[in-house]
Design a protein around this ligand. Structure first.
Ligand code: GDP
Length: 206
């Protein structure tokens, strides 16, 4: 099934469960630490410059942004985490919102967790990977900022990410550079493969 990534529209910014779309379209959720490059990965995936806001003010993180792609799926931009300067109150709001999203088992179809290719995943990354794992739904890990690694560092770093997040062997780890575009085809393929095999999307795929 082809996916026209040029056909992308902003749907809404959800502050709580009553705002979550619940129609049959599959929901592909993107998560990652603030500044990991989540907006840049989304923009690269859609081949857009300023679709998801790059460098959006850290701290403005308590909404879930919904985009609809080609009328076939929702791209769900979960708020970034792990920004040191966020208040306790805002952290609590983030946690409540994320919990309410993951509490509804009908929402996530496919998860995309973005981590930094250069570093060992943080404790927060591990918490998010465990959220994804607990859904029982498929997910992939994107290791972004690959362009900042020497060639010799790629393999050991990927092994460290896999080990730290305790990824099951069938979970894909995609080396990615939002800056250079590497990994885009692999991520797109993972999304398309998912749509072709996911019963929730069968009616949409026809
Ligand atoms: P977000 O907070 O996770 O949405 O992160 P942004 O997309 O705003 O990116 C944070 C910073 O990382 C920006 O300065 C980006 O230009 C930079 N960045 C994002 N992706 C890459 C990448 O693949 N390579 C490099 N070198 N920089 C990147």
């Amino acid at each position: 099934m082809p996916l026209n990534t040029q056909k992308a529209e902003f749907i809404r910014s959800a502050a709580g469960p009553k705002d979550f779309p619940r129609d049959p379209l599959p929901q592909v959720a993107f998560a990652g630490r603030s500044n990991v490059g989540k907006s840049s990965v989304i923009n690269r995936l859609l081949n857009r410059k300023n679709f998801a806001r790059v460098g959006a003010a850290p701290g403005k993180t308590t909404h879930i942004n919904y985009f609809r792609i080609d009328e076939k799926l929702y791209l769900v931009d979960l708020p970034g985490y792990g920004y040191a300067k966020v208040s306790q109150q805002e952290k609590a709001r983030w946690a409540k919102l994320i919990q309410s999203w993951f509490d509804d088992p009908t929402l996530m179809s496919l998860g995309v967790l973005i981590v930094d290719a250069r570093h060992k995943p943080t404790a927060d990354d591990k918490v998010m990977a465990d959220y994804f794992k607990a859904t029982g739904r498929p997910y992939v890990i994107v290791a972004n900022k690959l362009d900042k690694l020497k060639k010799s560092e790629i393999e050991p770093n990927m092994a460290l990410i896999r080990e730290t997040l305790e990824l099951p062997v069938d979970i894909k780890l995609i080396p990615f550079s939002a800056e250079k575009g590497s990994g885009r085809e692999d991520l797109l393929r993972a999304i398309l493969d998912h749509m072709e095999t996911n019963p929730k999307t069968a009616s949409v795929a026809e």
